[in-house]
Design a protein around this ligand. Structure first.
Ligand code: G4P
Length: 530
């Protein structure tokens, strides 16, 4: 095995998703703690009071005490090199969140045991399902009152249309939480207040028919309940099938408490065994193997103006094959030009570091003088490839913006265009009009504030913003169609993106159905790859 194969083979790159407050940050932090990457809990999150360790690049972000941009963290565990892609957990998440999922090989979904599936998890799940990404579920907060675990699994299966395989099973919850039963190893990992620290918890082998021993461990009432539940599970639940897990059809489920450090190790160990090293990616019809000697990567996220004085941009690339070497000459496919990736950096837990090399599966941030767009490919000049672009996701909020001072038109246009190029907003216009007024579409409303703030701070432009009542967007896929002749409701609006694609924005699904029913042959899509 070559060094390249060994390095790539031990990489695991995953995104962690959840609805706000389900415990994503706490769990991430515990992963880093177990990996020895950080020494104290409380250092990951940019909460108002906590240390701002990552991505506090904007005043706005600091003021709000939330993390707007997604971060990437790398750490080692048990011989594996793990890249965690954090997705913002706030309500007002942006398209960035979706794109981050494009760079991951698998996803860890954190669910609050008392709440089950929540709005944001649902949205993110849809994106994962579209890519058939393996999904691992961590049901968190078992130290508190929780919903019935069968009900939670049922919800996952019904709502998401995937199978679930509980790797372990909770014994009680809240004050009567006794731990989890490992279905495969047939042992109990018992929970007690003693485990709040970093101590490794030793599992207790446990024959479920040994009543005496079981009663000693969890008491007769919970023993009886557990025996029944395990019997039911063994008889009725899905069989474990690694192939299905890897195709995203079966989600292994783990129960635990991130806050109490309970169930984290079991999770990590199983997760690392079940997930794959970096997966091949498509370049046209061809698959590019991660183990290919030649370097290739695609841009999935652009973070601008981390330092206001320098107007700098960092573009994040997911390496898809080979090894990245600092200072090497590469090729930027979309520009058709040779390129050097300068100041390559990686996020190692709490710090950004300049790196000299990185491998397929890793994420690197590089200094961007404004040349990259989301979805761009950079590769070795010896073997040119071009990865599929990243789809444009459907914005759900729209606003009309124009500059207050018409003399600032140039700055306004530049600012709006640049921010759109970074992928923070999508811009549209009414047909046959120019850039005087722009319709801005965003996935989360916070992006409007970010836009206004950045236009003022970085481009010195004040804008007037009028929020529009639309919340659905559909790209018209019929080429050469005469949109004016379509039969549409009065509150449906025709707009175009700056590539000239025709788009309809709607106030309700009812109006979308109307458009489809009244215009035979009309093809509408809710995301664009053009
Ligand atoms: P998020 O990133 O998904 O938004 O969630 P985060 O980890 O910030 O957790 C949200 C809240 O839930 C935090 O409490 C956190 O301490 C708590 N929490 C996380 N995991 C568990 C768990 O396993 N059990 C229990 N009981 N609580 C958990 P907070 O009071 O909002 O914040 P903080 O003051 O503790 O930082």
């Amino acid at each position: 095995m070559t060094e390249l194969q060994r390095e790539i083979g031990r990489r695991r790159t995953f995104a962690i998703i959840s609805h706000p407050d389900a415990g994503k940050t706490t769990l991430t932090e515990k992963f880093l703690l177990y990996g020895g990457a950080i020494q104290t809990a409380g250092s990951v999150k940019g909460k108002a009071t906590a240390k701002h360790a990552v991505s506090d690049w904007m005043e706005l972000e600091k003021q709000r005490g939330i993390s707007i941009t997604s971060s990437v963290m790398q750490f080692e565990y048990d011989g594996y090199c793990i890249n965690i892609l954090d997705t913002p957990g706030h309500q007002d998440f942006s398209e960035d969140t979706y794109r981050t999922l494009m760079a991951a090989d698998s996803v860890v979904m954190v669910i609050d045991a008392a709440k089950g599936i929540e709005a944001q998890t649902r949205k993110l799940f849809k994106v994962c399902a579209r890519r058939h990404i393996p999904i691992f579920t961590f049901i968190n907060k078992l130290d508190r009152e929780a919903r019935d675990p069968f009900e939670l699994l049922d919800e996952l299966e019904k709502e998401f249309g995937i199978g679930t395989y509980p790797v372990n099973w909770p014994i009680g919850c809240g004050v009567s939480f006794k731990g989890v039963f490992d279905r495969d190893k047939r042992e109990i990992l018992s929970f007690s207040d003693m485990h709040k620290g970093m101590n490794k918890i030793k599992p207790t082998p446990c024959d479920i028919t040994d009543i005496e021993r079981m009663d000693e461990l969890i008491g007769p009432y919970q023993r009886a309940e557990l025996v029944d539940q395990i019997e039911l599970l063994d008889g009725a639940s899905f069989e474990f099938d690694l192939e299905k897990v890897r195709k995203g059809e079966l989600s292994p489920v783990f129960f635990g408490s991130a806050l109490m450090n309970f169930g984290i190790e079991v999770f990590l160990e199983n997760f690392l065994k079940m997930t794959t090293p970096p997966l091949p990616r498509l370049s046209g019809e061809d698959e590019v193997s991660p183990f290919d000697e030649e370097f290739s990567a695609f841009a999935f996220k652009i973070q601008a103006n981390m330092n206001k004085n320098h107007r700098d941009r960092i573009t994040f690339f997911r390496i898809c094959s080979g090894k990245f070497e600092r200072g090497a000459d590469y090729f930027h496919v979309q520009a058709g030009k040779p390129v050097r990736l300068s100041q390559p950096q990686q996020m190692m837990a709490e710090e950004r570091q300049i790196i000299n090399e990185a491998y397929a599966g890793d994420i690197i941030g590089v200094f961007d003088p404004g040349i990259y767009s989301i979805g761009d490919t950079v590769c070795s000049a010896k073997k040119k490839v071009q990865f599929e672009g990243i789809p444009t996701f459907a914005p759900e909020h729209f606003s009309m913006i124009e500059q207050k001072d018409s003399l600032k038109r140039k700055q306004f246009v530049k600012g709006v265009e640049q921010i759109a190029q970074e992928g923070a907003i999508q811009i549209f216009h009414e047909p046959n009009t120019g850039m005087e007024r722009v319709i801005v579409g965003v996935v989360g409303v916070l992006q409007f504030e970010v836009l206004e703030y950045r236009l003022k701070n970085e481009y010195n432009v004040d804008v007037i913003r009028n929020d529009l009542p639309y919340s659905y967007i559909r790209w018209i896929k019929n080429k050469g169609i005469d949109v004016k002749k379509l039969n549409l409701t009065s509150d449906t609006k025709w707009v175009q993106d700056f590539k000239g694609n025709n788009i309809l924005i709607f106030t309700s699904e009812w109006n979308i159905n109307w458009a489809l029913e009244k215009n035979e042959g009309l093809i509408l899509e809710d995301f664009s790859k053009d």
